[in-house]
Design a binder for this molecule. Structure first.
Ligand code: PEP
Ligand code: MG
Length: 577
């Protein structure tokens, strides 16, 4: 039996047979070379060894359990082992093959010898050698490939990494659960698996390197654990855990029709985040009082061509009709970053800071106008709110508002009916927008704080990169101060603020966010009732005291400890806190 601990990215517990996808190993290039190509391949090997060492050294070891630290240390030792290196060099020279081929071949020879030794300890070293060869291959090939296989059985997908587009390419009805070596809670892959209700554990470090196809795996997406070939006592313990979780879930279901009213009557609206129409059934059954974020870009990502105005209109209309009279906030196209739409020519060195979201739309007015027309047409079928993503300042906001007015005017001329009173808001997810919140608040009807990106840009930490995940801290004083400032400025201008980043769905953050004055939390519906239960059992005065206390502290570590202890004292039944 082996156990991997990671981040519980999507709730649920599932048992199934593993299907392993390793992006790195699949791309090993087997190429013959001429004698004068040897020195180039030796250089590639040297570079790969250096890079692999840097990759391992970049893991923040203080954040890892002892066992993982020892493994990383063993890997570093092996990467510096002159004998291993000489064997690969010799393989390149003797067989005249590419560095990748030699790395794979020599590592496999070493690993097989150890695996067949019959000694449990040496067998584990075999895993380490394979592990290292994957690091080396990844470093040697430079680029990563995307998935290119079909799943034709129900499986637990165990992968080193996945992109949102990979998930779209796969048959999700076949994926019982997902286990990833890397990833972070706020990455779009994690957001999507929650939306698809696929239990998931991510950031396991090395599961894909140790699990084999066909292994029986139990994925516990509540505690963030993965059991491979679980023994009887572990399986029994997991059964009990599952029963307790089910009990807690049925207790939560009693909250569906209750308002999210704090002990002293203060209300916080709980709204749903969705990516597409398939989630509507779940939303209607969730007790959400509206949709706070419809990520419209996923309509564009599921297909090979751009959706037409009519197709978009039908999709928006369907959501609005299903939710009416509750409001639906549809965010205009937010592509770029890790959300790639084929054939739009977005291929950038630094995509997260690049041509994305409203920046893309303002320079592709054809695409933007089509979407705005579809939205306006759909607005008569329910209560629509439109929201712009990635606004960085007043010029961008003005340009987007101006275009919307222009499209409205065209509709009026053409006699197309739309809701003249529809509210328009902006996401606040770029630090410059946060700092200018007072200016922006004068121009819109509402704000929605996108903490996923706000944290990413405020702390300058890639939200999907597990190597620096320890820096991605929702409790960073800068993040809390930003939220407080945005809320205060918005309220001063008389507009409401919702928060639609993953922080809003984290039960640990619920009381704090209410205390910071956020009016609504929008989240994947998986955690909605848990958040409701928490907020219904505290008062807004207590929440404000908690927030004030947190704001007075000077490091995320202190704030984290303080919030965790406070929440633990109150909610000792919360397993995932
Ligand atoms: C955010 O940035 O917090 C957000 C809600 O948008 P997305 O996760 O789609 O970037
Ligand atoms: Mg965002």
């Amino acid at each position: 039996m082996r156990i991997f601990k990671g981040i519980a990215a999507s709730e649920g517990m599932v048992k199934g047979k593993a299907l392993v996808f390793r992006r790195a190993s699949m791309a090993a290039e087997r190429r013959h070379i001429l004698a004068d190509g040897v020195s180039r391949e030796l250089k590639t090997l040297e570079k790969a060894l250096d890079e692999a060492r840097h990759t391992i050294e970049a893991h923040d070891q203080s954040q890892l359990p002892d066992e993982s630290q020892q493994i990383l240390e063993a890997h570093l030792l092996m990467l510096s082992d002159p004998e291993y290196r000489r064997a690969i060099e010799a393989y390149i020279r003797t067989n005249l093959v590419s560095a990748q081929w030699a790395i794979e071949e020599v590592s496999e020879q070493y690993a097989s010898l150890l695996a067949e030794s019959g000694d449990a300890l040496l067998q584990e070293r075999a895993d380490d050698i394979r592990d290292i060869s994957l690091y080396l291959l990844e470093a040697a090939k430079g680029r990563k490939r995307s998935v290119d296989f079909v799943i034709d059985d129900d499986v637990v997908l165990v992968a080193d990494s996945l992109m949102p587009s990979d998930l779209f390419a796969l048959d999700k009805s076949r994926i019982l659960a997902l286990v990833l070596d890397g990833g972070a809670r706020a990455s779009h892959v994690a957001i999507l698996v929650r939306a698809f209700n696929i239990p998931a554990v991510i950031a396991t470090g090395r599961a894909s390197r140790s699990v084999n196809d066909g292994d029986e795996v139990i994925v516990d997406g509540i505690w963030g654990e993965v059991y491979v070939r679980a023994d009887l006592s572990a399986a029994q313990m997991l059964d009990e855990r599952y029963a307790r979780w089910q009990e807690h879930e049925s207790e939560l279901r009693e909250m569906i029709d209750l308002p999210t009213e704090m002990v002293d009557g203060h209300r916080v609206e709980l709204l749903a985040n969705i990516q597409g129409l398939v989630e509507m059934e779940g939303v209607c059954a969730s007790g959400a009082s509206g949709i706070g974020l419809f990520r419209s870009e996923f309509l564009f990502m599921e297909r090979a061509t751009l959706p037409t105005e009519e197709e978009q209109y039908q999709a928006y209309k369907a959501v609005l009709e299903k939710m009416a009279p509750k409001a639906v906030t549809i965010r205009t196209l937010d592509i770029g970053g890790d959300k790639v739409v084929k054939d739009l020519g977005i291929d950038e060195k630094n995509p997260v800071l690049g041509w994305r979201a409203v920046r893309f739309c303002l320079s592709r007015k054809d695409i933007f106008t089509t979407q705005l027309r579809a939205l306006l047409r759909a607005s008569v079928h329910g209560k629509l709110k439109i929201m712009f993503p990635m606004i960085s300042g007043v010029e961008e906001l003005n340009a987007a508002l101006h275009l919307l007015e222009h499209v409205k005017e065209e509709c009026r001329i053409e006699g197309i009916a739309f809701d003249e009173k529809l509210e328009v808001g902006t996401m606040i997810e770029v630090p410059s927008a946060a700092l200018c919140a007072d200016i922006l608040a004068k121009r819109v009807d509402f704000f929605s704080i996108g903490t996923n990106d706000l944290i990413q840009y405020t702390i300058a930490v890639d939200r999907g990169n597990e190597k620096i995940a320890y820096l991605y801290q929702p409790f960073h004083p800068a993040v809390l101060r930003s939220i407080k400032m945005i809320v205060d400025m918005a309220h001063k201008e008389g507009i409401e603020v919702s928060l639609c980043g993953e922080m809003g769905s984290d039960p640990l953050c619920s009381v704090l966010l209410a205390g910071l004055g956020v009016d609504a939390l929008s989240m994947g519906v998986q955690s909605l009732l848990q958040v409701r239960q928490i907020l219904r059992s505290v008062s807004s005065v207590e929440a404000k005291e908690l927030a004030d206390q947190a704001l007075s502290m000077d490091s995320y570590q202190t704030i984290n400890t303080y919030i965790r202890e406070w929440m633990h004292d109150r909610f000792d039944h919360l397993t995932t806190i």
